[in-house]
Design a protein around this ligand. Structure first.
Ligand SMILES: C[S@@+](CC[C@H](N)C(=O)[O-])C[C@H]1O[C@@H](n2cnc3c(N)ncnc32)[C@H](O)[C@@H]1O
Length: 209
C-alpha cells in the first residue's frame, strides 16, 4: 500500500479500522507480556488509536509511528492533549504526556528511535500491508527491536481469493516465517466471525524475540 492510499483514507475519513474503544485483545492479553509499567513500547502504524492512551496510562513510555499528520492531529485534539512538535532523531514527532508519536514512514525509522523498547503492540499494522511489504516490515522489526522484546500481534486469516485487503489475510505459517528469528510463538486467543459472508479467524499472538 502506497503512502498516498493511507493519506487519502484519512483525508476522506474512510477509517473503518478505527475503534472507538480500547481493543479487547490488548486489555485481556497485555499483562501476559510481563512488562514493567515504565517500559518503553512501540506501536507501529498507530493511527489515532485509543490503545496509545491506554498503554501510556499504564505508565509506559509509548513510541508510535503514523504516516498521516491528520491522524496525529485528530488524536491530540480528540483527547484534549497538549502536544509539542519536535525533531526526534531526524523525524518529526508529536510529544504528549509520555507518548512520542512519529509522523513518518515506518520504513524511515532507525534503531535510534526504538532504543530501550521492550514491547510492541501490533494491531492492524502487519495485516495492513500487502505481502511484499510484510517481508520488509518483518526485516525492519528485526533491525529495530532490541533482543528480549515481546510482541503482541493481532492477525486475521481468511480466503484472500474472496476478498481484497487491507486488512490482509496472514496465515500462521506466514507469521512464523516472517519472524523466523523469534524465540517462541504462542497463540493467546482465536476468535471466528463473518465479514461480508466470509469466515474470518482473528488471532492474538505473543511472540518472544
Ligand atoms: C489499518 S490502520 C490501523 C491503525 C491503528 N493501528 C488502529 O488499530 O487503529 C493502518 C495505519 O497505518 C498507517 N500507515 C500505513 N503505512 C504506513 C507506513 N509505512 N508508516 C507509517 N504509518 C503507516 C496508516 O495511515 C493507517 O493509519
Amino acid at each position: 500500500m502506497e503512502a498516498d492510499f493511507w493519506i487519502e483514507r484519512w483525508q476522506l475519513n474512510q477509517i473503518g479500522f478505527h475503534q472507538n474503544e480500547v481493543n479487547g485483545f490488548l486489555r485481556r492479553h497485555w499483562p501476559r507480556l510481563g512488562l514493567h509499567s515504565s517500559d518503553r513500547v512501540l506501536v507501529p502504524l498507530c493511527g489515532k488509536s485509543l490503545d496509545l492512551l491506554w498503554l501510556s496510562q499504564l505508565g509506559h513510555e509509548v513510541v508510535g509511528v503514523e504516516l498521516s499528520e491528520k491522524a496525529l492531529r485528530d488524536f491530540v485534539a480528540e483527547n484534549a492533549l497538549q502536544a509539542k512538535v519536535y525533531d526526534f532523531h531526524g523525524l518529526c514527532a508529536y510529544h504528549a504526556e509520555n507518548m512520542t508519536l512519529l509522523c513518518a514512514d515506518l520504513f524511515h525509522m532507525t534503531p535510534s528511535h526504538t532504543e530501550g523498547v521492550r514491547g510492541v503492540y501490533d494491531r492492524a499494522a502487519l495485516i495492513a500491508l500487502p505481502p511484499e511489504m510484510r517481508l520488509s516490515y518483518a526485516e525492519l522489526m528485526q533491525r529495530l527491536l532490541p533482543e528480549g522484546c515481546v510482541y503482541l500481534l493481532v492477525t486475521m486469516d481468511y480466503d484472500q481469493s474472496r476478498m481484497d485487503g487491507p486488512p490482509f489475510s496472514v496465515s500462521d505459517n506466514e507469521v512464523k516465517q516472517l519472524f523466523a528469528h523469534a524465540k517462541s510463538f504462542e497463540i493467546l486467543e482465536s476468535v471466528d466471525f463473518e465479514r461480508k459472508g466470509l469466515k474470518v479467524r482473528e488471532k492474538t499472538w505473543l511472540i518472544r524475540f
